[in-house]
Design a protein. Structure first.
Lengths: 81, 133
């Protein structure tokens, strides 16, 4: 199994244990850390796909348009109320 | 005593998780930067990295992990960084069309600015859960 996935499972298990022990602030911090780790893995996975693309073929205008569109969409989500 | 043991257990899990993360590192990120042989490809990797971090920040905001002062800092950093990062595509087109020293300097300069702006955003997002990860 992926070691990072194991770490995330461990963090979530620890968060659950903390929650059951009545330590909600510790549980919340552990859940947040697990979410942060998972999202960091997603960033790294995405860049692994970018690496594969660069090895596979030349860049096109469509690649630049696509990434710009994603930035606009996610920026809107980040700034939304 | 039982409570003390439980806390030690939690700390052990967190230490293990941090250790695992340190050992696994960020192989995909390194691979992308290593795969970029040209100025255009380096600009593209920085733009994709930025896109992925903005996506991550938006997800963390929706999960309630990125909030309060950290969210405000992330929003401010993103507002500063976005025009710099999005300028890279146009500068690449100009560089590919002209292949001049001037266009190369302009692209390299914007790339340096984009990397700094990206680093600021990454620092803020990684600090969202109290400096973890």
């Amino acid at each position: 199994m992926n070691p990072t996935l194991l770490a995330v499972i461990g963090l979530r298990a620890a968060a659950l244990a903390a929650s059951l022990a009545g330590r909600s602030s510790v549980a919340s911090a552990l859940y947040s850390t697990a979410d942060l780790v998972e999202s960091g893995v997603a960033v790294d996975d995405h860049l692994a796909e970018v690496a594969a693309k660069l090895k596979d073929r030349d860049l096109t205008d469509a690649d630049w348009s696509d990434v710009a569109n994603r930035i606009h969409a996610d920026s809107a989500r980040l700034h939304s109320a | 005593m039982k409570s003390h043991t439980a806390i030690m257990g939690l700390l052990a899990v967190v230490a293990l998780a941090v250790g695992v993360l340190g050992a696994t590192g960020c192989a995909g990120t390194k691979a992308a930067y290593n795969a970029a042989d040209t100025l255009e490809e380096r600009a593209y990797v920085v733009t994709e990295h930025y896109a992925a971090v903005v996506h991550q920040a938006a997800d963390l905001k929706e999960k309630g992990v990125l909030k309060g002062a950290a969210l405000t800092r992330a929003q401010e950093a993103e507002s500063v960084a976005q025009p710099v990062v999005l300028s890279l595509g146009d500068l690449v087109k100009k560089y590919n069309a002209a292949k001049s020293a001037e266009s190369e300097v302009a692209l390299q300069s914007a790339l340096d600015d984009a990397v700094r702006a990206l680093a600021d955003l990454v620092r803020i997002v990684k600090g969202a859960a109290g400096g973890a990860a």
